[in-house]
Ligand binder design. Structure first.
Ligand code: OXD
Ligand code: MN
Length: 580
């Protein structure tokens, strides 16, 4: 129940269409969370994991066809196709509504409809935006409770603001043929049916905080980005905040929660966010970031004491696991876990290596950010944190050096636009294929990339204090397929160089593609990286880059007339320099 008539009438209208047996307005209380858990334990949606080793942890096994995002079934419905751009699947709004509404008709019969008011960002931040998700899935309710600020406080803010994003979700019958994720940016609304998977069903996350918010952000003069936000504290107590955009499953959570190696004493890393950043210019021209989320929906495989101790610790209690394997003593298990062995695979079958991995490669944990020992005290600050550097990155075996710096904001936008990475199991589709993933937003930008780049470029007209822009690549390999850089905690060494550059305390080598570190300026104390590897990591192969810039140029031109001229000129001048 609400005093906001626009909200009440929308809830009534969705109820009339979907015909639930009951309607539950979520308050966000802990007892409500427990009630939902109990209900799912009773009907088998969840099972309890080992209560001694993993207190209050539960396992959800999804339908085996429903384990990842579905880009091919995700649409942006703008009146003009060009506004959605070649980067999105498009349908006209009326056709989109008609197609999905047929699936929603009477789909909640026999089910309860949950109304979840939520606030993306600190409740009292002017940068936050609210939404309401209607769903028939108690799994969505508990995940939203862990991931967002949801319930009564959010409802109060919505009633005050009068504006909210409408998200209508049903798991439908989980038939992939009857699965669709639709966005109507002009109406600030989302409709999603046929999937219970996080990125398709927790509508606050990718659908609202990225696709709809990126559209809203362009109109309102800010940025909604697929970025982690981390505070890097040096031994003298200075904290620099960085915002880093890497494609899905490329280590954002690991970097956001990094534990410095023993050889870098006194350093600390504070997590503000691990997946999404909303960036605003303040009145002084400083770029500031908030994390719209308040929990993590992270990839489980590979998580352990060495790769991500904070994450490994935070998922030992009060967590929901989706599609992991279990051991004989009913503990969760995944590839990369240091103890135990899988007895049952993610589909609940006796584990047999012939069936593939024990945990699904895109198996996930959901936990509240409060579980993270490194959660920044500023994550709740209404004014957000000041950003010193923007860092793009991708998973590239070849070509991209360990780190390089853009020569200007405009060059930084070109670097972001040219990001490419291997596809991962976070989306249903082929894995390991290199594709362009500008600003790591390929699956998430709610409008034409060409307009999005123009929007990025416009920031330099509004501020002369913009952060420096960098590109990193932790994934370079030699010809035998061995990684050249150890990654994980050691990545702090690269972040140190980035901070030194922001502070103007270290030089760099100028190349046509950007400023690269002198190998001597990367701190390699106690690090087992050969001089030869370090040289390869801090240099460019001219021939490969000529080819890369040509391919970036072709990609940019595929956006036709809307491509900003400034970006075209950036690409052309680098190309010319490489060719000369
Ligand atoms: C995610 C993703 O779940 O990017 O964060 O797919
Ligand atoms: Mn993500």
């Amino acid at each position: 129940m609400t005093t906001l008539s626009a909200l009440q009438s929308w809830v009534d209208q969705v109820a009339a269409q979907t015909q639930p047996d009951a309607i539950h307005w979520c308050t966000g209380s802990n007892s409500e969370y427990q009630q939902m858990i109990d209900k799912m334990l009773a009907d088998g949606t969840l099972t309890t994991l080992n209560p001694e080793k993993y207190p209050n942890c539960y396992l959800h096994r999804s339908d085996p066809s429903d384990v990842a995002r579905v880009e091919h079934l995700t649409f942006v419905c703008t009146s003009e196709q060009d506004d959605a751009g070649p980067n999105n699947h498009w349908m006209a709004p009326a056709a989109g509504h008609q197609r999905i509404d047929e699936l929603f008709d009477a789909c909640m019969q026999g089910r309860t409809m949950y109304v979840i008011p939520y606030c993306m960002g600190p409740i009292d931040s002017p940068y936050s935006r609210c939404g309401v998700e209607i769903t028939d899935s108690p799994y969505v309710v508990v995940n939203m409770k862990l991931m967002t600020r949801m319930g009564n406080d959010a409802l109060q803010r919505i009633e005050k603001d009068g504006v909210f994003v409408k998200g209508q979700h049903s798991t439908g019958d989980l038939d992939p043929e009857r699965r669709l994720i639709m966005h109507f940016p002009d109406e600030l609304s989302i409709k999603s049916i046929g999937s219970g998977y996080g990125g398709n069903a927790l509508l606050g996350k990718k659908c609202h905080a990225l696709r709809i918010a990126s559209f809203q952000a362009r109109q309102e003069g800010w940025l909604a980005e697929h970025m982690l936000i981390a505070g890097l504290e040096s031994p003298d107590g200075e904290i620099h905040y960085v915002a880093c955009a890497f494609p899905s499953a490329c280590g954002k959570t690991n970097l956001a929660m990094l534990i410095p190696p023993d050889s870098l004493p006194g350093w600390k890393v504070w997590t503000v966010g691990d997946d999404i950043a909303w960036l605003h210019l303040d009145e002084t021209g400083q770029l500031r970031a908030i994390n719209p989320e308040s929990g993590y929906f992270g990839v489980v495989p590979g998580t352990n004491e060495l790769t991500n101790k904070n994450a490994n610790d935070m998922i030992t209690h009060d967590a929901i696991f989706t599609n992991v394997a279990v051991t004989d003593d009913n503990s969760p298990w995944w590839e990369g876990k240091q103890d135990g062995a899988p007895a049952t695979d993610w589909q609940g079958r006796a584990f047999d290596a012939a069936n593939g991995k024990a945990a699904h490669p895109n198996s996930r944990f959901t936990v509240s950010a409060k579980n993270n020992a490194g959660y920044s005290t500023l994550a709740d600050a209404p004014e957000g944190v000041p950003i010193s550097a923007i860092v793009f990155g991708g998973r590239r075996k070849e070509l991209a050096p360990l780190v390089y710096e853009a020569k200007s904001w405009e060059h930084g936008v070109l670097i972001g636009a040219g990001v490419a990475s291997e596809t991962t199991a976070a989306n249903i589709g082929e894995v390991g294929v290199v594709r362009r993933d500008p600003m790591a937003m390929k699956p998430f930008c709610g409008y034409n990339f060409a307009d999005y780049w123009s929007h990025w470029l416009s920031f330099s007209e509004r501020s002369d204090k913009l952060p420096k822009v960098f590109h990193v690549n932790w994934f370079r390999q030699n010809s035998s397929g061995e990684f050249l850089w150890p990654g994980f905690g050691e990545n702090l060494r690269v972040m140190q160089w980035i901070i030194e550059r922001c502070e103007g305390r270290v030089g760099a080598n100028e190349t046509p593609v950007g400023y690269l570190p002198d190998p001597a300026d990367i701190d390699t104390t106690d690090l087992d990286v050969s001089a030869e590897n370090l040289a390869a990591l801090t240099s460019i192969d001219k021939g490969q880059w000529q080819e890369e810039m040509r391919s970036v140029g072709e990609y940019l031109e595929s956006f036709g007339e809307r491509l900003p001229e400034v970006l075209r000129r950036q690409q052309q001048s680098i190309q010319a320099e490489l060719d000369s």
